[in-house]
Design a protein around this ligand. Structure first.
Ligand code: HEM
Length: 396
């Protein structure tokens, strides 16, 4: 990566907790800046809204990065060959295989089940006056939903929660990363073999049939799809719910507004998406040829990251962007990305968050932080932006 006359910004561990002030500073200088990630590689980081949209719609920013993908016969290819790592036409082929299961109409059918899971979790919490809202509520809801949809035994979730956390972290030691990625691959291989022997009424069984009967995807693509859906389905919505509730607790006037007007929930979830950014950066893209964005020339082969959280707090697009305002028009936010890789699970995430936040507020008339906000810890990842835990006090 070359950046004549531009200073390369080295991002420290404090970036995990507060990416926003870094983005504001970088954006004010230049909305496309070279950075070195905490514990990791360098990339062009895009922090401006207009530049982010342009980059995400630009087919020259590809998912094929020389030297970044495992060899096809390496065991790690089994996690790599998914739609979020693919360009057309493979991207379209892979996305089409699961698209129908995630349309807004199909997802609405899950409403009763999501409501029942939510009610059960709230019931469990109702006997306590203090709880970790992340461990007791924000995590189990989406993981239960995605496990049921895919046909993954929910009892295995502590294992893959650990592996997945390592895979999305920036700071894991290479040997730990390798060990956890290998464990994840072995887990999925065994699970898919079991579905092959005894198919269920679930999405993974349908994908096994698409592989075996119609040859629509390769074995590595099958395992990679299962991996992507599981990780994308549970590493993200947890942060929308937990960081969203935190944002409401830290903005009591907005919380009171939502309590007074529960019908605001749809707009509230959109504003929380814009404001809390469960996914901080997109995944990497690479310039297949030189590209100019925001007046900066990105050279062929250079890696590019879009700071969705930076774009969503760009004052040129959203007035007073650091203010949570449930009444504002947050449409056009980039929390779910943009372009061909726009989040497949957006309707599901929105529905889960609406049911979760409404249910929580209806059940507990009083919710407050049980620790000082400054002591909350954030996960060491630049891909996702999420809390380690959220201790709260609850009262009916
Ligand atoms: C609040 C929750 C969620 C947020 C903020 C979110 C955000 C995103 C973003 C930003 C992308 C694009 C990444 C990029 O361009 O590099 C993406 C892609 C994707 N998301 Fe989500 N996501 C959420 C929930 C879900 C859920 C529940 C699922 C369900 C399985 C899901 C499945 C996917 C998939 C499969 C892709 C890849 C799409 C493609 O490459 O065409 N996401 N998501």
């Amino acid at each position: 990566m070359t950046a004549p006359d531009i200073t390369v910004e080295r991002l420290g561990a404090d970036y995990f907790a507060d990416p926003y002030s870094v983005h504001a500073r970088l954006r004010a200088q230049r909305p496309v800046t070279p950075v070195i990630l905490p514990g990791g590689p360098g990339a062009w980081l895009i922090t401006g809204y207009a530049e982010a949209r342009a980059a995400l719609a630009d087919p020259r920013l590809s998912k094929h990065m020389p030297g970044w993908h495992p060899e096809p016969d390496s065991i790690f290819a089994a996690l790599d060959l998914h739609m979020l790592n693919s360009d057309p036409p493979d991207h379209e082929r892979l996305r089409k295989l699961v698209n129908k299961a995630f349309t807004a109409r199909r997802v609405q059918r899950l409403r009763p089940r999501i409501s029942a899971i939510t009610a059960g979790l709230l019931e469990d919490m109702s006997t306590r006056t203090e709880a970790d809202l992340l461990a007791s509520f924000a995590f189990p809801l989406p993981i239960t939903v995605i496990c049921e949809l895919l046909g993954i035994p929910a009892g295995d979730r502590d294992d893959f929660r650990t592996w997945s956390a390592t895979i999305v972290a920036n700071t894991a030691a290479p040997e730990v990363f390798q060990a956890h990625a290998t464990a994840m691959i072995r887990y999925f291989m065994a699970l898919l073999a079991a579905k092959r022997r005894e198919p269920g009424d679930d999405l993974l069984s349908a994908l096994v049939a698409a592989r075996d009967e119609e040859d629509s995807l390769s074995e590595n693509e099958l395992v990679s799809m299962a991996f992507l859906l599981l990780v994308a389905g549970h590493e993200t919505t947890v942060n929308l719910i937990a960081s969203g509730v935190l944002a409401l607790l830290l903005n009591p006037a907005e919380l009171a507004r939502l309590r007074a007007e529960p019908a605001l929930i749809g707009a509230a979830v959109e504003e929380l998406l814009r404001y809390v950014n469960p996914v901080n950066h997109t995944t990497f893209r690479c310039a297949a040829e030189p590209v100019e964005i925001g007046g900066v020339r990105i050279g062929r082969g250079d890696p590019v990251l879009v700071a969705l959280s930076g774009a969503n707090r760009d004052p040129a697009r959203f007035g007073d962007p650091d203010q949570l305002d449930l009444g504002r028009d947050s449409s056009g936010h980039l929390a779910f990305g943009h372009g061909i890789h726009y989040c497949l699970g957006a309707p599901l995430a929105r529905l889960e968050a609406e049911i979760a936040v409404s249910g929580l507020l209806a059940r507990f008339g009083s919710i407050s932080l049980a620790v000082p906000a400054a002591s909350l810890r954030w996960r060491p990842s630049t891909l996702i932006h999420g809390l380690e835990s959220l201790p709260v006090r609850l009262a009916p």
